[in-house]
Each structure stands twice: as C-alpha cells, then as structure tokens.
Design a protein around this ligand. Sequence first.
Ligand code: SF4
Ligand code: SF4
Length: 390
Amino acid sequence: MPVPVSQMWTVASYVIGQRLRRNRRYPLVLMLEPLFRCNLACAGCGKIQYPAHVLKRQLSVEECLKAVDECGAPMVSIPGGEPLLHDGMPELVRELVKRRKYIYLCTNAILLQEKLEAGWFKPSKYLSFSVHMDGLEDNHDFAVCREGTYQKAITGIRSAVEQGFRVTTNTTLFDGADPNAVRGFFDEMMDVGVEGMMVSPGYAYDKAPDQTGFLQRRATNELFQMILSNRKKGWQFNQSPLFLEFLMGKRDFECTPWGNPTFNMFGWQKPCYLLQEGYVDSFKELIETTEWDRYGVASGNPKCQNCMVHCGYEPTAVDYTFSGFQGIWANIKAMAFNTYANPKAAKRLDEEKAKPHGPMHHLVQLGFGVDVKSDGTREVVRREKDEAAA
Ligand code: SF4
Ligand code: SF4
C-alpha cells in the first residue's frame, strides 16, 4: 500500500467536505519553506540562488505553525533548502504530528542518518521523509553536482526504514533523462524499502542557472509513456494515479495552483510554488487577491505553457477523483489496472538503449565523452584536452 489507509481517509474526507461546502479553491498540501540554504548546490535549483543574507535567515517554529494553522491543509510538505539544517525541525515536526498533519519532510538525506542518531525524530504514521533522488548513482551525483551523495542518501534511507520511519522518494526528471535508467532506479528504490516514489518533470525557474534541460510538454508525455507504461507490479507511487496518467498524456488537466500554496520568509507566494509574482501577508489574502485566471495553460500565460509539475497538477487529480462517479471510477480503474501494457512504448524504450543520455551526454563539455558500444551499452571516457576542445 503506497499511502496508509488513514492518510487516504483523511484526504478523502477533507476533499469531500470542501466540495460539499462548494469551496472551489481549497489547499491540499501546504508547501512550507522554512529556509532556503542547503548543503548542496544542484544545477537546476532555483532556491539556493538567493543572496547570502536571505540564505542565512530562517522561519521560526512559531511562524511555521501559524502558517500551518492559518492554511488548514491536511498535508504539509517541508521543502527548502535543506530542512535538516534548521535546528527547530524536531520541534516543528513534533507540533505538526500533534496537529495530525501528514508531513513530507523533503531532504537530500545527507544529514539524515546523523539526525536520526541524534534522536531528532520518532517514527509516526504522520511523518514521511521524502528523499530527493535524481535517479541512479551516476545520474543523481551529476544532478546534485557532488560525488558520493547517492550512497549517502541510500545509507540514510536504509537507516530510516530500519528504524520504522516512512520513507518516500521524490524525483525530478529533466530533458535527456534515460527512461531505462529511471526504470532501473524505481527497481532499486523499491529494493531499498521505500514506501512509494514521486516523480515529476522539472520546471524552468527564472533563478536556476541551467535553463536548458527542462522538459517541454510533448516530450514530457513521451518520456513518461516510456517510463510508466508496462509498469512493474512491485513499483509503488506515493501520488495520485490520475496525475501519473496525466504525465503519460492519457488525460488533460488544468493546474490548480491554490492546491499547494507556498509559505516562506517572504510571506504567501503568488500564485504557486513555481512562480514568484508577489507575496501577501495572509492565506486568505492569497486566495482572495490572486488573479487566478491569469495562470494555467488555458490562460495563455507563457510561463505556464510547459508546466506539468506535480505541485500544480496533483491537487487537480485529487480533486477530480472526488468530483463524482466518473472520477472515483477513473481512480479505481487506474489502481486496479496499473500495468498500462503498451507494446509501442516498450519498443521505443528498447530503442532508447542505443542513445546517449543525461549526464553522460552533457559530460562531453567537461572533457569527457561517451562511447556507445555495438550492444547499445555506454561508457564514459575521458577525452584528451585538445579533442574535448575541438
Ligand atoms: S538539494 Fe534541493 S534545495 Fe538543495 S540545492 Fe539541491 S535542489 Fe536545491
Ligand atoms: S501551470 Fe505551473 S507555473 Fe503555471 S500557475 Fe500552474 S503550477 Fe504555477
């Protein structure tokens, strides 16, 4: 079971309650960013680009809890930055558990084992570590720009699983991702013992230094079709199955940015986790003063045209599930027939084995190259300086 029954029940009763009250714009997951500083410097990260005086600051536990109470969402995701760098994190988690909030503590897991040994957290059905993993070892270490990070994260995950914590992974896929390697990564994560996995395409943040590697809409559908069709039975996803169908191009959704409202040291962020078009002081103000019609694909807003990110569309998928018989039936079908047999996707997946992918492909500019052998396997080789420069 990828999500505990109690969590499913909490979410289902909350969403049904909102619909019965005809509340169209309700929060599902609060994105609470207590700090932006991090112990990594990933190329695609839009958070760590803030100036030093911002990176030094952090929200207090009281400020975090005030936002949680004000928002009222049943789930709280704590991204960053790296939340394990915040010394108030044990207290914040304890308080959120008391409030019966389902917590996704997003971490790169570099400090996870250390903090578990220090007794920062106790296992709870309300607490899940959501570990940032960008694929198998070579891909992950390249994406986070530091060798050894994957192994450190695996050690942290194993340690947390052994101690009875809930552990999930969150993976952002970029242009050039190798669908076969991603499938191999899913196998590996399930072997390590995670409860479920989350996947999403990346979004081209204005602040991210690398603006070239983000997926466009059609390419996103094609990539996810290869990855998520012919699904293995053992794979578990900690996501709405209808959101995964959306990524595969099987259904069309509009985003519901108010579903994952964002609070950080600047206030409540308009309109969503990805765009920064101003801040307001209260959640009520966010809902009432944001011009929501200016966002989403149908609005024609160029910033939204290629966005398929989970924080915009997962709440849509959940809301659709409880919109009536059609949504419930679609969800039941997606859970019962979850292998998505697709011979064409299998063929394309096979063809992908012969192509250079992801970090290996890009490594050429750093003085490395990739040799594709006759059997389709790839080997990274160091080029001579002159050859690399040519
Ligand atoms: S681990 Fe997350 S917050 Fe830290 S630099 Fe990487 S993407 Fe940014
Ligand atoms: S489409 Fe994406 S970027 Fe645009 S409002 Fe929705 S979540 Fe934000």
